[in-house]
Design a protein around this ligand. Sequence first.
Ligand code: TRP
Length: 466
Amino acid sequence: MKRRNEETGLPLKRETFSTSLTVFFATLGSAVGLGNIWKFPYMTGMNGGGAFILVYLLFVLLLGIPIMLSEFYLGRKTRSNAVGVFDKLKAHRFWKIIGYMGLLSALLIMFFYSTVAGWVYAYVFRALKGDFRFLKNLGLEEARAASEGIFTDTLTGVSPMIWQAVAVLVVAVILIGGVKKGIERVTKTLMPVLLLLIIISAVRALTLPGAGQGLAFLMKADFSALTGSSILAAMGLAFFKLSLGMGTMVTYGSYFNKDNNLMGTSFKVAFSDVAVSMLAGLAIFPVVFTFNLAPEGGPGLLFQTIPLVFSMLPFGNVLLTAFFVLTAIASTTAMLSMVEVPIAILTEELKMKRRLAVILTTSLMFLVGVLTTHPDAVFGTVEVAGKNLFDLFDYLSSNLLLPLGGLLITLFVAYFTKKESIREELTNGGEIGNGKFVDALLFVLKYITPVLLIIVFLNALGILSL
Ligand code: TRP
């Protein structure tokens, strides 16, 4: 038994990650997820390729890294959850809204995220069973239809609900283990596996005949393909990708070891995350062009294209299994970080036992989430404001709550926090000589990030259309 404070029932010492390497893997585990493997390729495909990626990179630099650092700063300085942070800093209670919105976003994102994670788990199972093997005996047209058929079948009946339950259950079991024995142990073992598998998949795809075209699609910057809405989509993706705007990075930051170099971590995580997205693009687009598919395949790109192609290659079934295993790892480690936000709030603010908090949160996520899993809901019989629940939750979180949360965090850190306190935290009390970077960061946080954010936000509300 851990020693507990008699009054609060909380463990006497708050848990932290053990080393900077495990901090890196846990944080990268949060960032890398369905965003890289499912969203990034299809959004790049739908928005014209390389130019979209360039704009996305710009947002990662001007918005992603500054907000990630603000969240790390708040978390590690106060060693507190996303609501408690503001008490510790003696801020006006208004700011706690950031934490409450984080709670809400965590739920909304989990509702649809766990649905897709369930499909991924189902695909791992199907690949292991060899369900995709017969595709290679068909002509291209037939194979394409068959692959689509398997996807539709995966979304039908009770089985997607069961798979979603499995995905949520895995997350619950890991989280009950806590920060070190749960999150840290799993991410430090699985993230290296994930990185290896994605490199293998990309290398395999790059040796296909359509590799050149795939590469050209990713690299060519055709700026005429960029519209206002694709620029905004790139911003939303940057938020979603780097797990920003809802206190995830505040919560993880509160578990960082004290000698961690926050700037180093944020650059490493952002850079590696972009690298994984690019590798996912490299694994998918050559395949798309080799088989003459349309690059703008939409959300089904991952589920319909990858099986189609990999099953045609030598050792295809092994590759296919590996690819969906890596996607399952990515989605699971990302969900850990999403669910940890409410868990930290419940255990610390309401003094709930960790196990109970995990059970309550994940049960709620499953019960509402399953509404997006049911095919009728996915295909739109339950509609709110012209969107089915799946799209509605995605829209509300990425386009409204995350940018608003990000804006409030930026404003709080840039205008309501002492510069010296930020400098102290980012230089570890003067030990790291990165003063110039801190100056640059403070400038960006004050004048650039909020302006960019306000533009996204006004657009999401439909007040400003670019
Ligand atoms: N970043 C993850 C992905 O790309 C998703 C994610 C995890 C997330 N935690 C988050 C998104 C918090 C927004 C907020 O798939």
